[in-house]
Design a protein around this ligand. Structure first.
Ligand SMILES: NC(=O)c1ccc[n+]([C@@H]2O[C@H](COP(=O)([O-])OP(=O)(O)OC[C@H]3O[C@@H](n4cnc5c(N)ncnc54)[C@H](OP(=O)(O)O)[C@@H]3O)[C@@H](O)[C@H]2O)c1
Length: 202
């Protein structure tokens, strides 16, 4: 398979890219590193990325930001960071990318545990994750040519514990192998419209 991984240079993305590279052709996209440049907050940049890469069998997005801050300190503009990057960035990846996916191909998006189990300072990140879950279920009903779409929702991964542990007291870090398997299930499996949750019901 020819697999395009947006965010394939990040904490999760580099492990997922390394795994898929063993069996597939992997193209990594990001703003500052990788094989092709893209800024997912800009539709023209997404279109240019697909034009340069051409048709693919799978698009995996492991990128997207949102502002983490106390709710009473969040401005309207702060919320737009997550809406423009993690939410609409991923929606536009699918909206534009559907023209470049081979028949039977797949989209895999990324969210996180906050959609189901938010913690303090995550009104924006939790909201955006929940929106993507609803988008994936709805888009799966309409994508043509047997194209599938799923989303991997992980808890804090082992490789990011230092960055996030203060926000998640008592959270059990998710082994990288388990997270990788979420992406494998989506790309190499047959399911569609699935929210692949990689955490216990905590
Ligand atoms: N880490 C966790 O424990 C965890 C758990 C659940 C969900 N998630 C979610 O999974 C995703 C990846 O997390 P991570 O920890 O691997 O993040 P990370 O280490 O910060 O990596 C982010 C990746 O996305 C790229 N990127 C960021 N903004 C971009 C943009 N506007 N356009 C294109 N590429 C962009 C980055 O490369 P450039 O900077 O070069 O663009 C990098 O490759 C995030 O959406 C995060 O919320 C993370």
């Amino acid at each position: 398979m020819k697999i395009l991984i947006i965010g394939g240079s990040g904490t999760i993305g580099k492990k997922v890219s390394k795994h898929f590279s063993k069996k597939h052709e992997v193209i990594v996209a990001a703003r500052k590193s990788g094989d092709v440049a893209v800024d997912m907050t800009d539709s023209r940049s997404i279109e240019a990325m697909f034009e340069s890469v051409g048709n693919v069998d799978a698009v995996v997005c492991i990128a997207g930001e949102a502002k983490w801050a106390a709710f009473d300190a969040m401005t309207e503009e702060d919320f737009y960071i997550g809406l423009k990057s993690k939410l609409m960035g991923q929606v536009n990846m699918v909206r534009i990318g559907q023209k470049y996916l081979n028949d039977g191909g797949s989209f895999t998006l990324s969210t996180g545990i906050l959609a189901d189990h938010p913690v303090a300072f995550t009104t924006s990140a939790a909201m955006v994750n929940g929106g993507i879950h609803s988008f994936v279920k709805a888009a799966s009903l309409e994508l043509k040519n047997d194209i599938r779409i799923n989303v991997v929702s992980s808890g804090v991964v082992e490789d990011a514990v230092e960055k996030y542990e203060a926000y998640f007291p008592g959270h059990n870090p998710i082994p990288m192998k388990k997270v990788i398997n979420g992406y494998v299930k989506s790309v190499e499996g047959k399911g569609t419209g699935e929210i692949i949750r990689m955490y216990d019901n905590c």
